[in-house]
Design a protein around this ligand. Structure first.
Ligand code: 5GP
Ligand code: ZN
Length: 116
């Protein structure tokens, strides 16, 4: 738990957020400001500020694999047809606003490439 981190608070159950998936390392819940018909976040219980923070921690490598595995589960359960998009924004220029590592899993509409 890190002070003043909204996702640490959510993981700790402070707001009663409904978890769509949870295990000992990872939780998933709906994004507050969905940008697609289905938009969930996949979040490690442990606080890593961003992807490089997790990638340089030897004990986090397994969690990174698990995050992708859960993202696939969430994406597969959300799609009606056509697939889904998994995104990690790392750093302010990439659009990261919450500095607790998370994956966005979005489905239910067409996603343009390249992203804006
Ligand atoms: P980022 O911009 O860091 O990649 O994504 C942060 C995401 O967290 C945004 O899509 C935003 O809507 C979502 N978010 C921010 N605060 C909350 C919150 O308190 N609850 C939930 N469920 N999502 C949040
Ligand atoms: Zn946190």
């Amino acid at each position: 738990m890190t002070d003043a981190c909204v996702f640490c608070d959510i993981v700790a159950g402070k707001f009663g957020t409904k978890f769509l998936y949870e295990d000992e390392d990872v939780v998933s819940f709906a994004d507050l400001h969905a940008v697609a018909p289905s938009h969930v976040l996949v979040v490690p219980r442990e606080h890593f500020a961003d992807l490089p923070a997790a990638s340089t921690s030897s004990d986090a490598i397994g969690v990174l694999g698990k995050l992708l595995n859960v993202a696939a589960k969430m994406g597969e359960s959300a799609i009606k047809d056509g697939g889904y998009r998994v995104v990690i924004n790392s750093g302010p220029q990439a659009g990261q606003t919450v500095f607790h590592l998370h994956l966005h899993v979005m489905a239910g509409r067409h996603f343009a490439w390249p992203p804006g």
